[in-house]
Design a protein around this ligand. Structure first.
Ligand code: HEM
Length: 492
């Protein structure tokens, strides 16, 4: 036997034992985790999980294994939670244990556990507290930000008037306007709608949002161990995010040159001041990396989710013209045709409020991954510290125990028999527990003011009959991306 043959046999044996060891480790770990389909060594549950339709794959597994089950993404076990009860028991009743952020390999490459969205432990606590304080100081959930939102909407309405009722793709209109609200907080001023740098930034952010939800990214998140070494489309999100990071870093540099710590102009200034205060602390979390990445986190979170909710909402309202007509009736009755809508109007507009809730419910996102911060007993299982957990928000928002017609668009889900607004404890588009969306107050204000202000002045007209409007998402990832469409905004 030649030396080369001996070497080949040796390699094959090593591979065999490695496979055996991985399988043994998986089976051994499984003993403490909820049940689930048997994984293949290295590949995990590749046969059961389909990138591009992960939500549907989970629904099928739930039918077989119940509301709490384990799947393997590659060799990584992930505990999946479905329905209101299971998600509430974890995120609310055991809030501390389930407050960790799970692995998101596609983002980790750029962020390396920095920034408020991906951070864990003390770093996350410090950054989250800081973000909440500063956002509140800049008016989140208060009158001052309401004024700013109203002003920004007036610019959007002007742009809509200029279209003269001709067909438009609404994405860029909504993106520019919504993004300007968070941009004012982060960078101290809004961007002009024609600003080339702003348009490029939004185009990249939008592309990145689509990439984030694409099957490529889902594949990467499952098999990053191998895919990080391969060329291909899954790398696009990395380069886009790096470019966006560079943009933020350049804004930080400009702010630093004119910083007056006594008079912070925006979020970046506040963070820079804190960096100066803590410059002698070698363990401080107030460093450049956390500044750039947290700013980027807020920029994405504050732009994409609100503008996509409105974009999706328009489509639903065109599909259901009777709902659009009832909102307009309520606007006429409560606000009239001229006065600018304000947050005080919301309590007097239960139907509109119910429709906004129903829009958010039906576009149900998958949710972000969590992880357990310590060894955690849950429903008779033991989840070792660091185990990833997917609370499927979509399955809560479509839980048949809490919503009569889970898959239909039915605003009455949020109305009582007298037409008054009715809360529903399974309404969790912003998630729940310690990681609950940090911008919820701002987002809820934006959704109400945008929708009422637009419908007060315009009627949303589709280019095809309502029956032909297709609501099937173009892509389903962390969120559902609706199909591309055009509409006409006809002045009232
Ligand atoms: C319709 C609008 C929005 C929706 C549906 C939404 C939804 C969510 C969801 C589901 C999460 C994940 C929570 C979890 O990990 O369980 C989240 C996190 C987050 N959101 Fe939002 N969001 C919206 C708007 C905003 C806005 C306007 C901002 C910024 C001002 C924002 C900032 C954040 C941040 C920073 C996090 C990470 C929190 C953490 O990890 O501690 N979001 N959001």
């Amino acid at each position: 036997m030649e030396l080369r043959d001996v070497f080949t046999i040796f390699l094959e044996l090593c591979l065999f034992f490695l496979l055996l060891f991985t399988a043994w480790k998986q089976i051994n770990k499984k003993a403490t985790l909820p049940p689930g389909p048997t994984p293949l060594p290295f590949l995990g549950n590749v046969l059961q999980l389909h990138a591009g339709s992960v939500a549907q794959s989970f629904t099928k597994l739930r039918e077989k294994y119940g509301p709490v089950f384990t799947v393997y993404m590659g060799s990584r076990p992930v505990v999946v939670l479905c329905g209101h009860e299971a998600v509430k028991e974890a995120l609310v009743d055991q809030a501390d244990e389930f407050s960790g952020r799970g692995k998101m390999a596609s983002l980790e490459r750029n962020f390396q556990s920095h920034g408020v969205v991906l951070a864990n432990g003390e770093r996350w606590r410090i950054l989250r507290h800081f973000c909440l304080t500063i956002l509140r100081d800049f008016g989140m959930g208060r009158r001052s930000i309401e004024k700013q939102i109203q002003e920004e909407i007036s610019f959007l309405l002007e742009e809509f008037h200029k279209t003269n009722g001709a067909p438009i793709k609404p994405t860029i209109f909504l993106n520019r306007s919504v993004s300007n609200i968070i941009s004012s907080v982060l960078f101290g001023s809004r961007f002009d709608y024609e600003d080339k740098q702003f348009l490029k930034l939004l185009q990249m952010a939008n592309e990145r949002f689509i990439e984030l939800n694409s099957p490529w990214t889902q594949l990467y998140d499952m098999y990053s161990g191998i895919m990080q070494y391969l060329p291909g489309r899954h790398n696009r999100i990395y380069y886009l995010t790096e470019e966006l990071k560079d943009f933020i870093a350049s804004r930080v540099k400009i702010s630093e040159e004119s910083l007056d710590p006594q008079n912070p102009r925006d979020f970046i200034d506040c963070f820079l001041s804190k960096m100066h205060q803590e410059k002698n602390n070698p363990h401080t979390e107030f460093n450049l990396k956390n500044l750039v990445i947290t700013t980027l986190n807020l920029f994405f979170a504050g732009t994409d989710s609100v503008s996509y909710t409105l974009y999706h909402g328009f489509l639903l309202l065109m599909k259901h013209p009777e709902v659009q007509a009832k909102i307009c009736e309520e606007i006429n009755h409560v606000i009239g045709p001229h006065r600018v809508p304000s947050m005080d109007d919301r309590v007097k507009m239960p139907y509109t409020d119910a429709v906004i809730h129903e829009i958010q419910r039906v576009i149900a996102p998958l949710g972000y991954p969590h992880s357990v911060t310590q060894d955690t007993h849950f429903r008779g299982y033991l989840l070792p510290k660091g185990t990833d957990v997917f609370p499927l928000l979509g399955s809560v928002l479509k839980d048949p125990k809490y919503f009569r017609y889970p898959d239909a668009f039915y605003p009455q889900h949020f109305l009582d028999e007298k037409g008054r607004f009715k809360k529903n404890e399974a309404f969790v588009p912003f998630s729940s527990g310690k990681r609950v969306c940090l911008g919820e107050a701002m987002a809820r204000m934006e959704l109400f003011l945008y929708l009422t202000s637009i419908l007060q002045k315009f009627s949303l007209r589709p280019l095809v009959p309502p029956a032909d409007i297709d609501l099937t998402p173009k892509i389903s990832g962390f969120g559902n991306i609706p199909p591309t469409y055009e509409l006409c905004l006809v002045a009232r």
